[in-house]
Design a protein around this ligand. Structure first.
Ligand code: RIB
Length: 296
């Protein structure tokens, strides 16, 4: 770890999961015990946190990740990706003799998918990692996380962020029980429709429910305030669309947009993200997503 000279430049800190996505394309969901021949196989960058971090960086935010990766080829793939995306990697721990996270993904002909995640080294991300990055968290405008990282790390980071006045965003995916303490520390939650079911009525300050091609809906204190229409896109696959939404939302809040405006910006970015293969290939730049919004 180095000194914090560069911390002031980081707008968005992501408590980030990293997975190498092992993506097979098959016609349809598989039955239990069935073998299907895949059309293709790719290894692509993934992980809900890393995806959101890359999305925020493409939208022009200065992003730093707090992450734990393995000392393996997939870990080196993460570092290479983050470096190319100009994401700060000062707070990335390389865990010796541990494997990086992997996600086995089946993409169906209609663009939908199923995902099994083995978090690998990411499961060791904890308060110690967050403590080492506390100055970067304190000076960030937005701090974001997902349910793919250990809750203890998210709680520790959001406590620091809340005390410093940063906006906290949690993508509650994959769905799991969230303690009231964590919900109270979230300024914005970004669930999809099924993840949202257990969150209504729990006092969340703001929740933006993502609904795929139907757009999204901003709720403040459980009251619908901004329904936002979706975009008709040519869907190649939907991997990482929710992560793109969260990352683009973080970038928009960091550049000063209101929550309603930021939700519209994130909605456009997520729509564009489904037009390419894998999580990050079609994540748009700010100019690209503004161009889509201007077509409205
Ligand atoms: O949200 C999509 C992501 O979920 C994939 O990139 C995969 O790694 C899993 O984390």
């Amino acid at each position: 770890m180095t000194d914090m000279a560069s911390c002031a430049a980081i707008d968005v800190v992501c408590i980030a999961s990293w997975n190498a996505d092992l993506v097979s394309r098959v016609t349809r969901p598989m039955a239990r015990g069935e073998t299907l021949m895949a059309h293709s196989f790719d290894i692509q960058p993934g992980g809900k946190g890393s995806n959101a971090a890359v999305a925020a960086a493409r939208q022009g935010a200065k992003v730093g990740v707090i992450a734990r990766i393995g000392d393996d080829d997939f870990g080196r793939m993460a570092l290479s990706l983050w470096t190319r995306a100009s994401i700060d990697t000062e707070y990335v721990e390389i865990a010796q003799n541990e494997c990086s996270g992997v996600a086995q993904i089946l993409v169906y002909d209609d663009g939908d998918n199923s995902i099994a995640v083995a978090t690998g080294a990411g499961s060791g991300l904890g308060e110690a990692n967050v403590d080492m990055a506390c100055k970067a968290i304190r000076t960030a405008k937005v701090v974001m996380a997902s349910n793919e990282v250990p809750q203890a790390a998210t709680l520790a980071a959001f406590k620091i962020a809340r005390a410093a006045g940063a906006t906290t965003i949690l993508n509650p995916a994959p769905a799991m029980d969230l303690p009231d303490e964590l919900i109270a520390l979230c300024d914005v939650l970004t669930p999809n429709e099924s993840e949202a079911q257990t969150l209504f009525g729990r006092g969340a300050a703001a929740m933006i429910v993502t609904m795929g091609s139907q757009g999204c809906a901003l709720y403040q204190k459980d009251k619908l305030t901004n329904p936002i229409t979706g975009w008709a896109m040519n869907v190649v696959d939907t991997i990482g669309a929710g992560d793109t939404f969260t990352g683009a939302l973080a970038a928009a809040i960091a550049r000063g947009e209101s929550l309603g405006q930021a939700a519209e910006s994130a909605n456009a970015a997520a729509a564009l993200s489904v037009t390419g293969r894998g999580a990050i290939a079609a994540m748009p730049t700010l100019a690209q997503s503004k161009n889509l919004k201007n077509q409205y």
